[in-house]
Structure formats: structure tokens, C-alpha cells
Ligand binder design. Structure first.
Ligand code: GDP
Ligand code: MG
Length: 369
């Protein structure tokens, strides 16, 4: 499953710092690549490993792309810059990094963070770019619709609904079109139809206040984050709070030292893990698990996938020769304590090709080729 998240934002907000922190965890860091596959942290894997003592543990991954090139007014100059645009079209979700740390004073006075203003201007660029594409497409579609082309009529009505949302200053996503309707305008590559994560990149010093509601908050970070949270709710987006610089530093340390450093800051988990989890959620994916002697492993399919498609995520032979799948929900397996006891207690079901996969299914495929 090769779904990717594009990291975008104005220059100097910490996109590359964030990407570098991600890359240190990456399984595919090659040279100065701007694309990296990052393992998705999943504590269920460790629990399963305790149970079956596998040779190795393999997490699933999600791909991130460091997309440079967004500047104010980008949508006006004949659309967003070419490279930027083509990179954005191919990603499945957008992570918009927002500067919540003040810039150092270079003699002109410190520049305060204005993440909400920044966010509004970015959303506007994305919306304008989408509007331009919809309008160009509508010229053709409306003409065909007038000549009683029913498919064109259907497309026209979808495009008009999308345009209404954008005209009202909202994202195309907020038009509430169905999955099949979205499919029919997929080739337009509308940017505001993609799921979004707002990434508040806060100064290291503000982290304790950001995560602890009673910690002193001299920088006023909590009210900034409240504003962003409201904007996220309004835009059907998720908010993730990180300190990209700190994450990049933590990524350099051994796990124990990193944990100690975190504790010294009064934090329990890094924002990076939460960001990866949020990105994964927004991509509309679910994780199923396999727990065998050779490996305990997490796999990814899209939500709504049926059992054979999940089998195909592992190997095309398993999909082709699919017979049945043994399914034990993760929680039941943990409750039972072992795969054998889960079977005894009736927690393991045998499902067929129409079974819709669920988050946390621990599976064993029966197949023949
Ligand atoms: N204080 C502070 N500075 C940061 C943080 N993240 C990035 N920066 C600095 O901001 C500058 C631009 O960062 P970069 O990641 O290159 O921004 P990009 O243009 O969005 O890729 C660099 O000097 C970073 O060190 C942060 O969390 N806190
Ligand atoms: Mg950069």
C-alpha cells in the first residue's frame, strides 16, 4: 500500500527539520531523497511478540514527501509552480506545517508566530488552485452536459457542488461528495479534497505548556493552539503538535537517552509518533496483524477492504489462492493469552472472501496455489 503524505508549508517553517526527524526512522533513506517510508509505531506488535516470540518484528510504514515550493500568491502565477503541483497531486494527504515558534531577532525585532494567518493564506492558495481546475473542466463538461450527455451532467453537478464550497472559502472536502463521486473527478487531482493534518511546529521551550494544561505558559502557546484546534475542526483536519527541531535532535540520540531527555522536559511521548499516527489515520487506512514464529508484523489496507485484498497486501499468491481467513480480534487474543487459547475460547472465526477487514484483526490466511 503505497500511500503518501506531502509535507507542505511556507518557507522556513520547519518542513525539512520535520522530514529529517522522520527520515532518521526511515527504512528507505537514500542520499538526499525527499521521500521516505517511516515505520508506524504500534505497541500491539510488542504485545504479540511477547506471546509468540518471533524472530523479528516488522511494523507497517507510511510514506512522507518533503514538498518545497509553496509561496504566497503561488496559485496566481499560472497555477502553483509545476514541480510543486505535480508532487502535490500524487500525494494522498497533506501535512501543513505552521510556524508557532518566534523567529530569532536579527536586529529588526523578533518576528512573532502567526500560524493562523499563515494557515488561512495556504488554504486560500490551495482553494484557488482547485477553483482554477474546476472552472477549466466545467467549460468542457457543461458543453457536453447541454447536449444531454448523462455522464457529463452527473459530473457537472458534482463540479458545481465542489465549486460552491470553494467559492464560500471552504475546502472541496466540505462539499460532502461521496466516495464514488470523488472517484469520478479524481483525475482533476483537487488538493483540498485530500485529508489534511495541521502541524503546529512549536518552540522546544513551549512544549511543556503545549501538552500540560497547568504548566506555566509565558509564550501564550495554548491560546495559539486552541485557535489552530478550532481551525482544524472547521476544516475537518487533525492537529498535531511537534517541535521539529527537538525531534530532529532526539532522532540523533539512542532510544534510552532520548527517553531520558524527554522526561527531563516533562514529556512522555514524542510528538513525532503522534504525528505519524495522525497521518496514518487521515489516510483512511487500517492495520491488520500477523503473528507467527518467523515474524510478528503489521500490514496496511484501506478501510473497507475485504479479506482477499488484505491477503494481496501480503502476497499476490495468497490473494489468488485465497480460501478462508482465520480472524482473531487483537483484544480477544490478548485476553486469551495465546492463539491456541483464543481458539479454545471461541474468539477465532473463520471468514470468507466477503469479510470486511477490521482494525486490529490478527489473521492467518488459508490459501492454495
Ligand atoms: N526554534 C525553532 N526553530 C526551528 C524549528 N523547526 C525548524 N526551525 C528552524 O527554522 C529554520 C528553517 O527550517 P527548515 O526545516 O529548513 O524549514 P523549511 O523551509 O520549511 O524546510 C531552520 O533554521 C530551523 O533550524 C523549531 O521547532 N524551533
Ligand atoms: Mg525545506
Amino acid at each position: 500500500m503505497n500511500l503518501s503524505v506531502g509535507i507542505i508549508g511556507l518557507p522556513g517553517v520547519g518542513k525539512t527539520a520535520l522530514f529529517n526527524a522522520l527520515t532518521r526512522r526511515s527504512t528507505s533513506s537514500g542520499g538526499r531523497s525527499t521521500t521516505a517510508t517511516v515505520p508506524v509505531p504500534d505497541e500491539r506488535l510488542d504485545v504479540l511478540a511477547e506471546m509468540v516470540h518471533p524472530k523479528r518484528i516488522v511494523p507497517t510504514g507510511v510514506q512522507f514527501v518533503d514538498v518545497a515550493g509553496l509561496v504566497k500568491g503561488a496559485s496566481q502565477e499560472g497555477g502553483l509552480g509545476g514541480r510543486f503541483l505535480s508532487q502535490l497531486q500524487s500525494v494522498n494527504a497533506l501535512a501543513i506545517v505552521l510556524r508557532c515558534f518566534p523567529l530569532p531577532d536579527l536586529g529588526f525585532g523578533a518576528e512573532p508566530a502567526q500560524p493562523l494567518t499563515e494557515l488561512e493564506s495556504i488554504l486560500l492558495e490551495l482553494q484557488l488552485s482547485d477553483l482554477g481546475r474546476i472552472d477549466r473542466r466545467l467549460e468542457r463538461t457543461s458543453k457536453a452536459a447541454r447536449s444531454r450527455d448523462t455522464q457529463a451532467q452527473r459530473e457537472e453537478s458534482i463540479l458545481l457542488r465542489l465549486r460552491d464550497a470553494l467559492d464560500a472559502g471552504r475546502s472541496a472536502r466540505s462539499a460532502g461528495i461521496s466516495e464514488s463521486e470523488a472517484e469520478s473527478v479524481k483525475d482533476l487531482g483537487l488538493l483540498t479534497l485530500k485529508p489534511m493534518i495541521f502541524v503546529a511546529n512549536v518552540a522546544e521551550d513551549d512544549l511543556p505548556a503545549a501538552f500540560d494544561p497547568v504548566a506555566p505558559d509565558p509564550g501564550g502557546i495554548r491560546s495559539i493552539l486552541d485557535g489552530l484546534q478550532a481551525a482544524a475542526a472547521e476544516n475537518d483536519a487533525e492537529l498535531a503538535v511537534i517541535s521539529a527541531q527537538l525531534e530532529a535532535e532526539l532522532a540523533e540520540l539512542a532510544a534510552e537517552d532520548a527517553a531520558e531527555y524527554l522526561t527531563s522536559l516533562g514529556l512522555t511521548a514524542t510528538g513525532l509518533s503522534r504525528f505519524i499516527a495522525a497521518a496514518y489515520r487521515e489516510l483512511g487506512l487500517l492495520t491488520f496483524l500477523t503473528a507467527g514464529e518467523p515474524e510478528v508484523r503489521a500490514w496496511t489496507v484501506r478501510q473497507g477492504a475485504r479479506a482477499p485484498e488484505a491477503a494481496g497486501a501480503i502476497h499476490s499468491d495468497i490473494q489468488r489462492g485465497f480460501i478462508r481467513v482465520e480472524v482473531t480480534p487483537y483484544d480477544r487474543l490478548v485476553e486469551a493469552g495465546s492463539p491456541a487459547r483464543a481458539k479454545e475460547q471461541g474468539f477465532t472465526r473463520l471468514e470468507g472472501k466477503d469479510y470486511v477487514m477490521r482494525e486490529g484483526d490478527v489473521v492467518y490466511f488459508r490459501f492454495s496455489v
